[in-house]
Design a protein around this ligand. Structure first.
Ligand code: FRU
Length: 497
């Protein structure tokens, strides 16, 4: 169908049919990356939640699997995580088989607790066949509701230092931390966040993990915290915090607290389409990466986007790293390096002076829809540099650098179908800079209906979706005021999948 040809992404995960939202339960085991997801198999809009499932050997190519978890009398299966219980702390391991344990939220909206506020609780299920089939624990829920309406999205991490499981979950305006020796008995440790961070909406889908600060011996803990609404550019989005975890409390690093005081929320992605993302568990030490994926949509319009047989894609899988930039901790994201294996070089240039429209790609027949642009610009002036990705209809996805207003941006206000939601393209999305940028490096991933712009090795990111009425075929770079600048380096690659 036209919809398949035009909208179904080439290198981003989508379910074959029907509704998907948050990524869930991601773990790695025996050469396979598992991705579960909030899934409603009977319609293209949100409904009674299941966990769908997909497997990849390289985080790029995914194979959808049978549904992993179905709702039952305790409720819908909301978001959560999964861990590989190598030491069989749970006792679920049978004949030496390693249990994988999923920790999720039951949302009992239709059942016994309908109408009450205590309808969300935390529960577990285990798998003895590497995540293929699951048995729900008969002692569920493992954390009953304490009288809090929004009480969900448990993410569990093996705290090696303390020798127990650490859980973070989201309540309305805070994250709660729990510990457990066995994934069944949980003790509340502390909470975080009531008085810091963004509170324009409900906190959801947290994650916590330690990271090495690149180039140092320092370890810091990163807390990822999604919220809906309240994102800087509108709707749902994900903020992060950097601090220390002493086994009981998450304490913001003083420098990070200072950054926040100066009203600088740190956003994991400044684009509108990266939500509820969390990290993979059980990545081998020998690999050592922190791997992340997010839902590439926004609650402002996710239910309305003009795909009908399926809805939503995931972002490209990303490697997170923690760096100190001018005294501030920054969480960097970059596409996983596994993507490189699929790249074919299309164009490579160095040191091109330009002061007017420069054509990066001009295709007559071919679409720009599995394309990666790596570009380094220097001698940038106080000008506005616009990349325009256009089709034969004159629809355009704009992105670029505004050195007059000090931000980079994505502008999808003329990108094709906008009719499905007033909130979809009411304004451009921006990621601010501290000051004028003389040199900038961008990595840009373009699929049929999405763009991901990684600024300076992923210090900040803009991820957005769009729905053109015909394929996008040309990409040009134009300085608004014709001031002279240099393309230090340009590499265009096409993915072969
Ligand atoms: C976030 C979220 C979660 C919840 C799930 C329900 O997008 O609202 O908080 O568990 O989606 O599908």
């Amino acid at each position: 169908t036209i919809e398949e040809q035009l909208y179904r992404p080439n290198f981003h995960f989508t379910p074959k049919a029907n509704w998907m939202n948050d990524p869930n339960g991601m773990f790695y085991l025996n050469g396979k990356y598992h991705l579960y997801f909030q899934y409603y198999p009977e319609d293209n809009v949100w409904g009674p939640m299941h966990w769908g499932h997909a497997i990849s050997e390289d985080l790029i190519k995914w194979k959808e699997q049978p549904i992993a978890l179905y709702p039952d009398s305790l409720g819908y299966i909301f978001s959560g995580s999964a861990v590989v219980d190598k030491n069989n702390t749970s006792g679920f391991g049978d004949d030496g088989k390693t249990p994988v344990v999923a920790i999720f939220t039951y949302h009992d909206i239709d059942g016994e607790r309908a109408g009450a506020i205590d309808f969300q609780s935390q529960a577990i299920a285990y798998s003895l066949d590497e995540g293929q089939t699951w048995t729900k624990y008969e002692g569920n829920p493992v954390i009953p509701n304490p009288g809090i309406k929004d009480f969900r999205d448990p993410k569990v991490y093996w705290d090696e230092i303390r020798g127990h499981w650490l859980m973070v979950l989201a309540t309305y305006e805070k994250s709660f931390f729990y510990s457990s020796p066995n994934l069944k008995d949980w003790e509340l440790l502390s909470d975080f966040g009531e008085t810091v961070g963004e509170h324009g909406g409900v906190w959801e889908c947290p994650d916590i993990f330690p990271m090495n600060v690149e180039g140092t011996n320092e370890t810091k803990w990163v807390l990822i915290q999604s919220l809906n609404p309240g994102h800087i550019n509108g709707g749902s989005g994900t903020q992060y915090f950097v601090g220390d975890f002493d086994g009981k409390n998450f304490v913001l690093d003083p420098s990070f607290a200072k950054d926040l005081d100066q009203v600088e929320t740190k956003w994991l992605d400044f684009g509108r389409d990266n939500y509820a993302g969390v990290t993979w568990s059980n990545i081998p030490k020998s690999d050592g990466r922190t791997l992340f994926i997010g839902w590439m949509s926004n609650w402002d319009y996710a239910r309305d986007v003009p795909t009908t047989t399926w809805r939503s894609a995931m972002t490209i899988a990303r490697e997170l790293s923690l760096k100190k930039v001018n005294g501030s901790y920054m969480l960097f994201s970059e596409p996983v390096s596994e993507l490189d294996a699929y790249k074919n070089l299309v164009r490579e240039e160095t040191n091109i002076n330009f002061n007017k429209e420069f054509t990066i790609i001009a295709n007559k027949t071919k679409a720009i829809d599995k394309t990666i642009i790596e570009i380094e610009l220097s001698n940038l002036q106080k000008d506005r540099y616009r990349f325009s990705l256009e089709n034969d209809e004159g629809e355009v996805v704009d992105f670029g650098i505004d050195n007059i207003k000090n931000y980079y941006f994505i502008d999808r206000t003329a990108s094709g179908d906008l009719s499905f939601s007033e909130k979809f393209a009411d304004k451009i999305s921006i990621a601010p800079f501290d000051d004028l940028q003389d040199t900038i490096q961008l990595q840009i991933l373009i699929d049929k209906t999405s763009i991901e712009v990684f600024y300076n090795q992923g210090q900040t990111v803009l991820t957005e979706i769009f729905f053109p009425s015909s394929p996008l075929k040309t990409l040009k770079l134009t300085p608004a005021n014709n001031l002279k600048a240099v393309i230090k380096k340009l590499v265009v690659s096409e993915l072969e999948l």
